[in-house]
Design a protein around this ligand. Sequence first.
Ligand SMILES: NC(=O)c1ccc[n+]([C@@H]2O[C@H](COP(=O)([O-])OP(=O)(O)OC[C@H]3O[C@@H](n4cnc5c(N)ncnc54)[C@H](OP(=O)(O)O)[C@@H]3O)[C@@H](O)[C@H]2O)c1
Length: 254
Amino acid sequence: MKNWNLEGKKVVITGGSKGIGKAIVTEFAELGAEVLFTARDNEEVIKVESALRERGLNVYGMSADVTSTDHRLRIKMWVDKKWGKLDVLVNNAGINIRKPSNEYEEREYRSVFEVNVLAPFELSRILYSSLLDGAGSAVVNIASVAGILDARTGAPYGMSKAGLIQLGRNLANEWAEDKIRVNTVSPWFTETPATKNVLADEQKLSAITNRTPLRRVAQDVEIAAVVAFLAMDKASYVSGQNIVVDGGATAAIL
Ligand SMILES: NC(=O)c1ccc[n+]([C@@H]2O[C@H](COP(=O)([O-])OP(=O)(O)OC[C@H]3O[C@@H](n4cnc5c(N)ncnc54)[C@H](OP(=O)(O)O)[C@@H]3O)[C@@H](O)[C@H]2O)c1
């Protein structure tokens, strides 16, 4: 369909080897984008890169930890050398450690903040000059319903995702004069390796689906579709928003 694509866009996606990130990489590449994705586990990165390249998709993998200053610099250098500009950044990599608040060790909750909010802040800043050279540039951050209300996924995760949602609003405002749009996508429970254990517990699964009007959890592709739209030029007047993809969960009180 005319312009409903990402043809020619140069895109960086973090945490692209599994789950929602992998679905975003696939969706973007299928829509015509050229994608660099990162994750820590190099074997997984190579596996995903090869599988997608075999399908003729324009995908490059890089083993990189978003919490490392050196690794973020490597991403920037790769983009400068290969593309000389960047059109879209998707900050997807995220982690959680679920516990009652009183039981966290300091290094545990700090690691959640490092990955979920400080790394997206730093990566957006380091790639800003590349986005300035992009065409219809956009940043999309993957937060969570847990950043809006208590989804019983632990306080540090909720606090970090709330911070990420606010980062989106601030950058959208600051970078509007540079024609860079910044938006957030906040999923509710989605079937991925990260939620495998929780969703395998029938009691927990039915507690989740019972408070979801659509009566099911999301598939990773259902999140990726929304991210793709926000990255398209078709979304040229959408900025500073947090799009909640939750099967209606936050609209319902019971
Ligand atoms: N699944 C859900 O129900 C749900 C709901 C709301 C929001 N979200 C958010 O959606 C995003 C994706 O979640 P998911 O469920 O798809 O997670 P996942 O299945 O655990 O996949 C996470 C991806 O991020 C990578 N990653 C983790 N830490 C990283 C780091 N420090 N540097 C670089 N890459 C890193 C992982 O690869 P390596 O481990 O090899 O690095 C993997 O590719 C996260 O931000 C999450 O908070 C998920």
